[in-house]
Design a binder for this molecule. Structure first.
Ligand SMILES: *Cc1c(COP(=O)(O)O)cnc(C)c1O
Length: 221
């Protein structure tokens, strides 16, 4: 795998406003450094244990994004350094991030993970649940969280039309939420969608952050 070449190729296809999170889960420090040495600084991990093992061995100016399911009792391990949490799927998790971010005096950008796929296995809020959370207005008291947008994973299928429909639905929901709750909130601007198999469709549907792993680092073992 020519990691740098893979990253350059993906980046060359992205609009200026769309960022790439290189998903380095299951890959070692050496492989991450190859990407870093080529100039890439944004990496994504989906397990707390794996992330906190690798992070101390890597340059401090890496922007780490947490993209996997996050247990509340593990939040405190990542709040000292994490740049963005893509996978907020409950009010309780949000509250825990607030509490732990306050302890280290940081403000952490967080995305609300939406369940957009047909598969039940994928996690996230339904639109109704998410709307309810936002209407409760509790999040407005959370001074150490910056709600920055939404995240979603499409159904794993070859049927492009299904994937496109799910991404379009996420984009539409984002627009609705932005207009209703964040009209004065310039930070609410991210739509995190698109992985190796579907990032091209996601970009066409307005993704601002794509999360790509295997197309950069190769298949995971
Ligand atoms: C693993 C993972 C990715 C990257 O998947 P690839 O298919 O390897 O690009 C993206 N998003 C999430 C949430 C992941 O867990």
């Amino acid at each position: 795998m020519d990691i740098q070449k893979n990253i350059d190729e993906i980046k060359s296809q992205l609009p200026a406003e769309t960022r790439l999170v290189a998903v380095s889960k299951f890959h070692g420090v050496d492989e991450i450094l190859k990407a870093y040495d080529g100039g890439h600084k944004i990496f994504g991990e989906s397990r707390v244990q794996e992330l906190i093992e690798k992070q101390p061995h890597l340059p401090e100016d890496i922007e780490w994004h947490f993209i996997g399911r996050l247990q509340r009792n593990k939040v405190r391990f990542i709040t000292p350094f994490i740049s963005c949490i893509h996978s907020v799927d409950s009010e309780r998790l949000l509250r825990q991030i607030e509490r732990q971010a306050a302890r280290v005096d940081r403000v952490i950008p967080c995305l609300l993970q939406m369940h957009i796929a047909e598969e039940d296995t994928k996690t996230g809020f339904s639109e109704e649940e998410c709307w309810k959370l936002l209407e409760s207005n509790k999040w407005r008291e959370y001074k150490h969280i910056q709600l920055s947008g939404v995240m979603g994973m499409a159904t794993f299928t070859d049927d492009e039309a299904v994937v496109r429909k799910e991404f379009a639905k996420l984009q539409a929901f984002f627009n609705k939420v932005k207009e209703h709750f964040f009209a004065d909130g310039p930070h609410f601007k991210e739509v995190s969608m698109g992985m190796s198999s579907d990032y091209k469709i996601a970009v066409e549907e307005g993704s601002t952050i794509i999360r790509v792993g295997s197309n950069i680092f190769g298949e995971r073992e």
